[in-house]
Design a protein around this ligand. Structure first.
Ligand code: FES
Length: 167
């Protein structure tokens, strides 16, 4: 093997290493955007302090590998007694962030106050009820319990049972 070959191999290896580190770094960055609330994940449960969220703000947390949207209702948003999660700090929409049409992840449009699905134009209101396009039903509410401002996703509290039977 020539010296030149050795050098190229070394550069190739070094670049591969940098690319791998870059990949890990961007996964870390994704995780930060994906899970911006101080939440604790353990054995299928995700614990979130919802008092951290401002009026009208939407955050995404991860629960069992799925995105869960947590939107704090502002005064100009409709309330939905059969869907809102009521904490000490206010009312929240808490739903699995997966479009009920074909499973894309909608995004929150704060200006229009709508969840919009880019795949086929589906729209959901601030209660995550389908209002336009092909989605056949509202986004699903994940099992949760709430004590004060501490919400545990994955735990079926009495508030969840009430919502899920009435919704
Ligand atoms: S997957 Fe959302 S509108 Fe089709």
């Amino acid at each position: 093997m020539s010296k030149e070959m050795d050098r190229r191999d070394f550069i190739g290896l070094a670049f591969g290493g940098v690319a791998a580190i870059g990949g890990i770094a961007s996964l870390g960055a994704m995780k930060q955007t994906w899970d911006p609330l101080p939440s604790v994940v353990s054995a299928g449960f995700t614990t979130v302090d919802v008092s951290d969220i401002k009026d009208g703000e939407m955050r995404t947390v991860e629960w069992r590998g799925k995105p869960v949207f947590v939107l704090k209702k502002s005064a100009d948003m409709p309330t939905c007694d059969k869907r809102d999660v009521v904490a000490e700090s206010g009312r929240y929409t808490v739903v699995i962030g997966i479009c009920t049409h074909l499973g894309c992840i909608p995004s929150w449009n704060g200006g229009e106050k709508l969840f919009k699905c880019a795949c086929h134009g589906g729209e959901f209101d601030p209660c995550a009820k389908n209002t336009f396009g092909p989605p056949p039903r509202p986004m699903d509410i994940p099992p949760f319990s709430i004590t004060g401002n501490k919400m545990v996703l994955g735990e079926e509290g009495p508030e969840y049972k009430k919502l899920s039977t009435e919704a």
